[in-house]
Design a protein. Structure first.
Length: 302
């Protein structure tokens, strides 16, 4: 089947992932869960197969968070790969990843790898804004200097915090859901070391936001929190998540989202402290209350 030249060019982005023929993909495919591989195998024909393979390429194993962005400033000047997990791409290839990841994320918002790829390929301006705000904040500058990573080891002391503290609430939130702090897709498509760290930081502190704002990990709770993120970060991916995810709700829940939670999210986003300028790891001992009290000043969900 002949393809229009523009669409063929879009599909050519698969070469960055190490495409090995109609039925094969690169190393990214080898890392995928067996269930995901079985799902992709169901696609028949070259065009659906290529689309599936391009989408699948955004799935990679989590790398060592402690070394991903450290000691790479000099390397960034001489190497194509700016950090350990960096995947250099041209504008056309990034556009392909954005389109395909948007389609996959719209179909299944639980695909964190697709949501992450979409955010990285469409959110450069928002990341630059977050970086400027962090540079203008004393705490933000400290975070940029220390480059803390949210890993299982770095937050282990949260399980030792007494009841009623932020650390205890976070540990209970993670434990009840069998979540792992380090179980986040690595940053791959951001072509700047500092912006890549900002993207990683925003991704890794997401669970802290769930705890502070009192948002559940249901579709409803995720949409409410994404609305807060939209106000706070300006990432286009958050707007798409809200617009697309609402259709996964039943009519009564969707009405409640619009009547109660989206207005709350706008107020909370504007009135809360800058979420990117909070050193969460240093405040595990703070009493976790539902009032907007410093230093973790947020507005709890209704």
């Amino acid at each position: 089947m002949l393809l229009p030249s523009g669409f063929a060019a879009l599909l050519s982005a698969r070469t960055v992932y190490g495409y090995r023929g109609k039925r094969g993909v690169g190393l990214a495919y080898d890392y995928m869960h067996s269930s995901t591989r079985r799902q992709l195998a169901c696609h028949a024909g070259p065009v659906p197969g290529l689309l599936s393979q391009a989408v699948a390429a955004a799935y990679v194993p989590v790398r060592d968070a402690h070394t991903e962005f450290r000691g790479l400033e000099h390397a960034a000047q001489v190497e194509t790969h700016l950090y350990d997990t960096h995947t250099p791409m041209n504008t056309l290839q990034k556009g392909a990843v954005a389109v395909l990841s948007a389609a996959a994320a719209f179909r299944n918002p639980a695909r964190a790898d697709m949501v992450a790829a979409l955010g990285e390929t469409t959110g450069v301006a928002a990341l630059q804004g977050m970086l400027r705000r962090m540079q203008d904040s004393e705490t933000g500058r400290q975070i940029l200097q220390d480059k803390p990573r949210v890993t299982n080891e770095s937050v282990a002391h949260a399980w030792d915090m007494p009841e009623g503290t932020f650390g205890h609430a976070y540990a209970r939130f993670m434990g009840d859901r069998n979540f792992l702090a380090g179980d986040r897709p690595p940053v791959r498509f951001v072509d700047d070391v500092e912006l890549a760290y900002v993207a990683a930081r925003a991704r890794e502190v997401h669970d802290f936001w769930h705890v502070l704002f009192g948002c559940h990990t249901t579709v409803f709770g995720e949409l409410a929190l994404k609305a807060v993120e939209l106000v706070q970060t300006g990432m286009p991916m958050t707007a798409l998540s809200v617009l697309g995810g609402q259709f996964r709700l039943k009519a009564p829940a969707r009405a409640q989202l619009y009547q109660d939670f989206l207005p709350w999210a706008v107020r909370a986003g504007f009135r809360s402290a800058d979420l990117m300028c909070l050193y969460y790891e240093k405040h595990f001992e703070v009493c976790h209350v539902e009032d907007p009290t410093p230093p973790l000043r947020v507005w709890h969900s209704p």
